[in-house]
Structure formats: structure tokens, C-alpha cells
Design a protein around this ligand. Structure first.
Ligand SMILES: C[S@@+](CC[C@H](N)C(=O)[O-])C[C@H]1O[C@@H](n2cnc3c(N)ncnc32)[C@H](O)[C@@H]1O
Length: 225
């Protein structure tokens, strides 16, 4: 089992046995302000990786009835929580959570019969700094595989830019992450852009967020063949 930061200990406070993440309440409106205008006009399928409690995906799905949302995670209690939020909200456009482990290079999104083979968008919130670098590699390689031409990959979290932390608090956070697990740490946008280029994505458009976080938006370039 891959280790991860648990901020999901608030059992019993959410309906249906779902979990409640304090960070969700702090960050979801800011994240929506960066991704909502792009997603609201779209149709198709959106895959979230590392959905955690399921609060982001159900909140965003309620605002975009023309999109189908696909939650995923690795951890059983998170998969149960996502399902609890899905049942509670009763949203017709959220599919059952599936187990996707981004440490697996060949990770697979399991679509259904109505679904096209490619995605309109992918979303990954607060995962890349609490997982090994291979998770970033496999997320972006997967975006190259699964996004349709012009599809977007949105990634939220704390990031460095050109080797520098964007705030002293991020530097301290990075140190504490690495002390807890040497494989974790605040990633650099420049390194992610290198992965993106190799996967057929554009460099990230960057939206500053509260508390020194960023939303990175990568776009799948048009396939040439
Ligand atoms: C800090 S939580 C963020 C959860 C949610 N995105 C949010 O912002 O509320 C990190 C999430 O990444 C998931 N995760 C960790 N390693 C993963 C991996 N290798 N593949 C997929 N998900 C992973 C954890 O189970 C957890 O749900």
C-alpha cells in the first residue's frame, strides 16, 4: 500500500458515512474559479485521480450536468467515502469510483459502453506532493494517452517554479514532507512541463491560488497521426 497524508479523519460528520476533508472547504471555490469556465461549456467525460473523500468531484459534477465525472483513488476508505457522497448527492453524472493506482505505469481507466475512448478533462488535486515522483510521471503520461485533442489536465497543489519555492511556507512544507517520506515533496512546474512535452501536452498555464497553491492547466496537443 502506498502511504499518503490523511486529512480525512472526520468520520461521522458527513452524510452516509462519507468523510469530510477540511481542505475541501478551504480550496474548492478557488479551484472552481480556475477550472469552471473551461469545464462548464464542455461535454464528455472527466476523470479525477486521487479523489479522496469525493467532495470535489460531487461538488463540481453538480455544476456541470453535461459532463460525466469519474472518481478514482487507491485507498479503500476513500473509495467508500466517494461512493457515500455519490449516493448522498444522487448525481446522475457521477460514475462509481474505481481503483486507480498512479504508481502503475500502465494504469487503466475503465469506461462504460456509452463512453468514448477519450476524456474531455482530468483533475488531480493535492496528490503530487504526497506521492512519489513516479505518480507525476504516470499521471502526465496517462493524460497523453487518455485526453482527447484539446482536452485539459488540471493539477492543483503547492509547486515550485524554476527551482524556487514561491513562498517560505512552501519551503517549510516541502522540508516536512521530505522528512516524513523522502519520496514526497513539492514538485517543480518546470519538471512537470518536461513530462508534459514528452506526453504530447502543452506547457502548463498557471493560475495562482490562495495559500501559495497553483492550478496548472495542461492541454493535449492535436495528434499528428
Ligand atoms: C491529500 S489527499 C487529496 C484528496 C483529494 N484530492 C482532495 O484534495 O481532497 C491525496 C489523495 O491521493 C491518493 N493517492 C495517494 N497515492 C496515490 C496513488 N499512487 N494513486 C492514486 N491516488 C493516490 C490518496 O489516497 C488520497 O486520497
Amino acid at each position: 500500500m502506498v502511504e499518503f497524508v490523511v486529512e480525512f479523519g472526520k468520520k461521522g460528520t458527513a452524510p452516509n458515512g462519507g468523510l469530510d476533508a477540511p481542505a475541501f472547504h478551504r480550496n474548492h471555490e478557488a479551484i472552481w474559479s480556475a477550472i469552471g469556465s473551461s469545464l462548464s461549456t464542455q461535454t464528455g467525460d472527466v476523470l479525477e485521480l486521487g479523489s479522496g473523500t469525493g467532495q470535489h468531484i460531487t461538488t463540481f459534477a453538480a455544476r456541470t450536468p453535461r459532463l460525466i465525472w469519474w472518481p478514482s483513488d487507491i485507498y479503500p476508505s476513500h473509495l467508500s467515502s466517494i461512493e457515500a457522497w455519490r449516493q448522498h448527492t444522487g448525481l446522475a453524472n457521477v460514475r462509481a469510483p474505481q481503483r486507480i493506482d498512479l504508481t502503475d505505469l500502465a494504469w487503466i481507466w475503465t469506461a462504460d459502453e456509452q463512453t468514448g475512448p477519450l476524456l474531455t478533462a482530468m483533475l488531480c488535486i493535492n496528490v503530487l506532493h504526497i506521492s512519489p515522483w513516479t505518480v507525476a510521471q504516470n499521471l502526465i503520461a496517462g493524460a497523453g494517452r487518455y485526453l482527447r485533442d484539446g482536452g485539459r489536465l488540471f493539477v492543483y497543489g503547492p509547486f515550485k517554479r524554476d527551482g524556487e519555492h514561491i513562498a517560505p511556507s512552501n519551503a517549510a512544507f516541502d522540508q516536512s514532507l521530505r522528512a516524513e517520506n523522502p519520496d514526497w515533496g513539492v514538485r517543480d512546474v518546470a519538471d512537470l512541463n518536461t513530462l508534459a512535452r514528452d506526453a504530447g501536452l502543452t506547457p502548463a498555464e498557471i493560475a495562482p491560488m490562495p495559500a501559495n497553491n497553483l492550478v496548472l492547466a495542461f492541454t493535449r496537443a492535436v495528434r499528428q497521426n
